[in-house]
Design a binder for this molecule. Structure first.
Ligand SMILES: Cc1ncc(COP(=O)(O)O)c(C=O)c1O
Length: 378
């Protein structure tokens, strides 16, 4: 039996062979510690700094504002905990939305258990934050506004520049979880007013286990990992191969951003055009990353995934697949638990073909026609 068709790019993307090639020397011969003061160290350090330049350039930031981490989860933890536990920060409130990734929501809840105040704003039915809601909820007690760029389950793009302008007016720090937006849509931290930005390599054809945190100079942050202090407050020996992979993935993503987006749009159009059963796309149709389609099928009230063995996809995030709970993102849009469980999240991109999208649509058409007929909502 052949492997199921991979349509879970929101969970992680395949490694681009060009990224794998760039990583290879640093996993074998280039084994030196990038912090060592000898030839092996200098060579590894040069690879790390090249990657830092690439990541910085991709978000319009100076290289020294980039600190490498183990991925977006660590970056988010550092941003939120680092600011809220900094002795110079006298404000206690965190403002975020109901559709953030769990690494933001759980970290914020943890900080709440330590005495922070947490305001979780609802989103509209299209998954976007109403900036008037944000303006009403803001106050000079807000230390941190943390809002994602591209949603990992429904692909919608939040109006970060408008959000950051409101945060700045009140003197709050603006953190953006850009795990799903970095390398896919243009980011300029200055133009967008972002003070802290979390990113990761494995959503843009890079390796898992590496990411970065952008820190605007003078943003108050205590370290998350204490020790040798290698990355300006983030301790631990840097993984040269992973970082070289992140840098190469970032360079490639920027160089072919328009082509990748056009390809993803073509794939989305192909799938939607080939679907013959009634369906709805969850989340805004206008403001979205096209490589993420979250679909519902009116009349289908059972989870579809078990009926689609030929497709490797998910109904919500990879995390909700672990907990078995319905997606908090879809329920925040107003879907019932049943509707959320019956949804399909399709993620596709650089290595997906139009033929594969037609096959996916065929499989979905067959299953929905079969299940929908017996499950018509009254
Ligand atoms: C929006 C968002 N934030 C954060 C993360 C966590 O990233 P990482 O796997 O690099 O820790 C993910 C990954 O699923 C994500 O989609």
């Amino acid at each position: 039996m052949s492997n199921p068709l991979y349509l879970d790019y929101g969970a992680t993307t395949p490694l681009d062979p060009r990224v794998a090639a760039a990583m290879e020397p640093w996993g074998v011969t280039g084994f030196g510690n990038p912090h060592s003061a000898h030839l092996w160290g200098y060579q590894a350090r040069a690879a790390v700094e090249l990657a830092r330049d690439s990541v910085a350039a991709a978000i319009g930031a100076p290289p020294e504002t980039i600190a490498f981490t183990s991925g977006a989860t660590e970056s988010v933890n550092w941003a939120l905990k680092g600011l809220m536990t900094h002795p110079g920060n006298t404000r206690r409130r965190i403002l975020t939305t109901a559709t953030e990734h769990n690494c933001v929501l759980e970290t914020a809840r943890y900080l709440e258990s330590l005495g922070a105040q947490l305001t979780v704003l609802p989103v509209r039915g299209d998954g976007l934050l109403d900036v008037d809601d944000l303006a009403r909820a803001m106050g000079d007690d807000v230390a941190l506004v943390s809002i994602m760029l591209v949603n990992n389950e429904i692909g919608v793009i939040q109006p970060i520049a408008d959000i950051a302008a409101i945060a700045r007016r009140h003197g709050a720090v603006m953190h953006c979880d850009a795990a799903q937006g970095f390398g896919k849509i243009a980011i300029d931290v200055d133009a967008m007013g972002i003070d802290l930005l979390s990113l990761t390599a494995h959503k843009i054809y890079g390796p898992k286990g590496v990411g970065a945190l952008y820190r605007r100079p003078y943003t108050m942050l205590t370290p998350l990992l204490h020790g040798g202090g290698q990355e300006d407050g983030r301790s631990g020996t840097l993984p040269t191969a992973l970082i070289a992979g992140l840098g190469t993935a970032a360079r490639l993503a920027v160089a072919q951003m328009a082509a990748d987006a056009a390809h993803a749009r073509m794939l989305a159009d192909t799938l939607l055009g080939a679907l013959s059963v009634p369906h709805v796309v969850h989340g805004s149709l206008d403001r979205r990353w096209p490589g993420n389609l979250n679909l519902g099928f009116p009349g289908v009230t059972v989870p579809l995934l078990p009926h689609l063995p030929g497709l490797a996809l998910s109904s919500g995030s990879a995390c909700s697949a672990v907990t078995g709970r319905p997606s908090h993102v879809l329920t925040a849009l107003g879907l019932s638990d049943t509707q959320a469980r019956a949804a399909l999240r399709l993620g596709f991109g650089r290595f997906t073909t139009a033929t594969e999208m037609v096959k996916a649509a065929d499989d979905i058409n067959t299953v929905v026609a079969r299940l929908g007929a017996g499950n018509q909502a009254s």
